[in-house]
Design a protein around this ligand. Structure first.
Ligand SMILES: C[S@@+](CC[C@H](N)C(=O)[O-])C[C@H]1O[C@@H](n2cnc3c(N)ncnc32)[C@H](O)[C@@H]1O
Length: 294
């Protein structure tokens, strides 16, 4: 069973025991939604862009179907989703547990991982958009190098982009193993390394394919705009690029007068040693919380 990250902290910061409507913008396997309901939430609107995740969550929450609405949508259209469900203001709280789920990463067929050879897809929402293979076929070399540098913080981004562009001239890049081999060849060998050198490029391509940083600030602002007075927005980020956007947006919101917002977490909340030992994914998680004051 997939363990929701920082669940106890999310529950207490969102004060789920007060009841009310909560919006889980990243339903995934439904772990946080279950925790919210068990703590006292009355109803949860569960959003995910991945149809497979929604189907799994429906099964996992089979005993709670009267309290959960499953919504296939991108959380960046939160305002429209709330309008469609006749929700003016969210009185419970809003949660976003950003990024890909371990289910998506572990499902070899989705193409997120190079541990097993699979088609290079990487889309969280397989019902729309271009796959990583399709994007890699058409992108120009300098844009690709920028993507790998910016989203993967990879200093050999130019060499890797050149390697990809040369290889695709000989035939399309279609599998995760092909890409991982190319990346490893493009990077100078420095003996044993803690992580596979392909990791950073795979992270970069995943963020790019799914537009993970696009519209994050606008989403956070729209979430705060729909909170009722006293309700909170909790956001968990897993990489520094994302966490930086959350931190700066919260800070900017607190400095503006309308709507009045306070940042509840002066520093981000991280998982304790015990949680990291039982759920290694929690190691990089950072939780930040903001509250709507009026
Ligand atoms: C880290 S997982 C959430 C796990 C969940 N909290 C749980 O306890 O099972 C992130 C989920 O958010 C979804 N997701 C990522 N970006 C999204 C977006 N822009 N709109 C909607 N869902 C998104 C992914 O498909 C994935 O299922």
């Amino acid at each position: 069973m997939h363990e929701p990250v920082l669940a106890a902290e999310v529950i207490s910061h969102l004060a789920a025991a007060r009841g009310g409507l909560f919006v889980d913008c990243t339903l995934g396997a439904g772990g946080h939604t279950r925790a919210l309901l068990e703590a006292g939430a009355t109803r949860v609107l569960g959003i995910d862009r991945d149809l497979t995740a929604l189907a799994l969550a429906r099964t996992a929450l089979a005993d709670r179907l009267t309290q959960v609405e499953f919504v296939h949508a991108d959380y960046r259209s939160l305002g429209e989703v709330l309008d469609r469900h006749d929700v003016q203001a969210v009185d419970g709280g809003i949660l976003a547990d950003l990024g890909v789920s371990s289910m998506q990463l572990d499902d070899a067929a989705r193409g997120f991982s190079f541990q097993t050879d699979a088609p290079l897809d990487m889309r969280m929402d397989q019902s729309s958009g271009l796959t990583a293979a399709e994007l890699l076929q058409q992108v120009d070399e300098s844009t690709l190098a920028d993507v790998i540098y910016r989203f993967g913080e990879e200093r050999f981004s130019r060499r890797i982009a050149r390697g990809i562009v040369r290889a695709r001239a000989l035939g399309p890049l279609q599998t995760t193993a092909q890409l991982a081999t190319l990346v490893r060849r493009a990077i100078p060998s420095r003996g044993w390394q803690r992580i596979d050198p392909a990791t950073r490029t795979f992270q970069a391509l995943r963020i790019w394919v799914n537009g993970e940083l696009d519209g994050l600030e606008a989403f956070l602002r729209s979430a705060v705009a729909r909170l009722q007075q006293g309700a909170r927005l909790a956001v968990i980020a897993f990489h520094s690029l994302e966490d930086r956007v959350v931190k700066h947006t919260f800070r900017a919101l607190a400095a503006e007068t309308h709507p009045p917002v306070t940042v509840v977490t002066r520093r981000p909340i991280a998982a304790g040693d015990e949680e990291v030992a039982s759920n290694p994914r929690a190691r990089s998680a950072k939780l930040r919380v903001a509250e709507r004051l009026a």
